[in-house]
Design a protein around this ligand. Sequence first.
Ligand code: BG6
Ligand code: MG
Length: 220
Amino acid sequence: MTDIRGFIFDLDGVITDTAELHYQSWKVVADAEGLPFTREDNEQLRGVSRRESLERLLKDRPMDEAKKLDIMTRKNDIYREKLKTITPDDLLPGVRTFIDQARARGIKIGLGSASRNAREVLGSLGVTALFDALGDGHSVVNTKPAPDLFVWVAGRLDLNPAQVIVFEDAEAGVDAAKAGGFKSVGIGHANVSHADFVLELGLKDITLQRLLDIFKPKGA
Ligand code: BG6
Ligand code: MG
């Protein structure tokens, strides 16, 4: 085992909780298109790209590309309106302290989010300057559960995956971390039990030192 030198955080569900805003936005277009969609369905969309979310909403219903683009644009327009309400108060509890302490210890900080709105959300939360590298929905072609985004961010941090812990609230995100050879911490109540360690209540539930102790190389 290698010493931990970096953290990569997912955004939605780890740093802030935008799942409800995504749900409300998809719900408007789903209702307009006659597509069944519940809050429970929305849980399955955590960490899933915008396009793949639409494919899951459609199930097997055929639709041409122009119409798909129209629906994705409408959903995103609604979502971006809702993002205007985000302020630093929307940082999830414990996040700011945890990242501040990690930076003070020299741990590099990266973002690994599937969202194409991630930079704007980080800006509204007032935490952009805390990140050494930003990976978002524009950074790579293959989305989670492919490891590409986290590998891309680790490269920008100049670290190997084995030196990095990924923090994720989504099954697809933990899958991506594991596929890339990263350590992983699952956050929340979705299907993240395959992570190396799970924090059901989020980052407020642990100190930096305790987390580093958990991932300390054996015998160190
Ligand atoms: C992820 C969210 O962070 O970003 C997903 O968990 C969302 O729900 C995905 O679909 C893409 O986001 P956006 O902002 O590009 O539509
Ligand atoms: Mg997430």
